[in-house]
Design a protein around this ligand. Sequence first.
Ligand SMILES: [Zn+2]
Length: 766
Amino acid sequence: MTTTPTPSAAPGGPRPSVRSTVHGYPRIGPDRELKRACESHWKGRTTARELDAVAAELRLGVYAQLREAGVDDIPSNTFSYYDHVLDTAVLFDLVPSRFAPPAAAPDREEELRRYFALARGEQGAPPLEMTKWFDTNYHYLVPELSPRTRPRLVGDKPVAEFREAAEAGFHTRPVLVGPLTFLLLAKPADGAPEGWEPVELLDQLLDAYAQLLGDLRAAGATEVQLDEPILATDEGRAAVGHLERAYQRLGTVTERPSLLVSTYFGSIGSAALRVLKDSAVEAVGLDLVTDDEGVDDLVRVSGLGATRLVAGVVEGRNVWRTDVPAAVAALGTLLALTDELTVSTSCSLLHVPLDLDAETSLAPELRGALAFARQKAQETALLGRVLSEGAEAEYTGQGGVRPPAFTDARVRARLDALGPDAYERPRERGRPTDTPLTTTTIGSFPQTAELRRARAAHRGGELAEEAYKAVLREEIDRVIALQEEIGLDVLVHGEPERNDMVQYFAEQLEGYATTRNGWVQSYGSRCVRPPVLFGDVSRPAPMTVEWTTYAQSRTDKPVKGMLTGPVTMLAWSFVRTDQPLGETARQVGLALRDEVADLERAGIRHIQVDEAALRELLPLRSEHRERYLDWAVGSFRLATSGVSPSTTVHTHMCYSEFGLIVGGIEALDADVTSVEAARSRMELVRDLGGRGHKRGIGPGVYDIHSPRVPSVEEIEGALRLAVAHVDAQNLWVNPDCGLKTRGYAEAEQALRNMVEAARRVRADLA
Ligand SMILES: [Zn+2]
């Protein structure tokens, strides 16, 4: 390997002083301690003090780990019991009125109870809505604001955590959600006047932030980080006026720490960058990984001058090792565009697992290409040392992160040989059924404790393969019998063999690896283990045929096969970055196409390919969307277009805000599309109806996210609304998502009510 000469601001001059930091760090603990501690507190098994003690230990563990990694500037207030946006709302007293106000002097028990009630709901008060944090799989709680909301500083979490760290010997940089991002992510509360927007509270909120900055300074903080990822979206970029006002105001606070405005998940454009450069803000953090435009923006504003650049060159939300020589070279270019530089991650490390050292069973070649949060912290520290101390010797051998063995010539040859007809089904293919309002479900049935135990025992080697399979077959028998008895039209096998809709397939596909301990927070105490898509993907053997055909053998009614689509397989995995995502999606599409063909050959007439995450991966900026939808749709069509015209292709999505991708949904060309519509009053049905959608549509008629059983009348109402917009022959009747998180008692009753409602509406049509 060739060693890149270490750059310095002035060739031959003194080395620049470059520091290192990270924007944030995983909070869940090495062994998901936070999950366990929260869940046992919710069950009433531990006191607030006991929970607080676990949390304090986790925080100090993070600081110690970052120091040990060699990171110079350590962030604090990156911890949260549930979500950092929720923390911000509570900090500034932005709590909807349906939650009882706190007692005059609430004790800690009461304080935490109220906090978790916002996240999880309580008697008579449903929780705040939860939605995806930008284009990640982390979910935040959406603040509800109205013109009557009065932001004021009522909490001290950032100050308390700063002090706690200081007492333990760590001088930290408190991290706050920035005011602009907070307001643009909030929504108007029910009853707010039409057209009113939360950003109208900006000035009042800034006063509260100003007070907080003063408090932090008084506690000894010298720098504060304000996260403004909203600037990577169209909406944020359009709000430069507000941005200017916000940082103008915060800049004038007399006794304050210096301000780092950190942006991530994409470039922010030169207009926003110029505003920040010209403001009183001392440092700006830029994501230089997600797209190529960050450096261009810097050039366009002629560099940052005296404003310090916190350069996000270490990828914060994927798991690949940094190509250190390439990063050193990139940082060299940046040194010409700023007087002062700090090396950082592209975003918070919240989105990657904690420590690669906890993985013992990954193949060594793959392991050598990976870095989790702790390793990424070490990388930023190393980059800082290389630039300021010339520690080149430390990184010999840290380039070339991807061994060539991960490519598969057969996969590439097969894809190259495909013509355009591989992506097309005939336009004329008749109706999937003769009945209007065909009833079905989305795929999974309740995952009982017994099933989970059997799966764990099978994994642990205590339950032999055949015995495990017998348990699964028994479960399928029961699910099929139940559906027949309830009177559903298109049945499913219930997915009892799947731990997770992505991991199940990742375990069986070539090119994918799964981790033992690679947990990442998804929401609250819920963590997921995204698999790693590292190489060319192919399907060595059928993945679902055994279970689907077994189910079909138990009934005369059609059984629908269930697969997870290419985009969702990518969205909920860590994906290789050495080729465009679209290319990787096509490989997954091809592997699924093989599975679809095998299902069809085995006599399965309905095949569903779930694209639950189609909306999630939609680029944050509209200019990138057409290209995305192009490859997303292409990979789905590759997976599904090999079937005969008489096979019914279904797809499923679980979001309600589809406005932006209605065209994409149409382009998938599925025969039946089921969507989450229960909570959005069938807006999508109207949208599609308005566009003259010709294929089947199954707007979810009830919300499976709640244990509540919907009444027949309620479902009937939803269906009557739907038939007003969609031809009844095209209307399918189903819940809004899979039933795996529900119990049998409620799932069964809800399905009975659903089938009865469909019968009533059908009878009226006749
Ligand atoms: Zn779903």
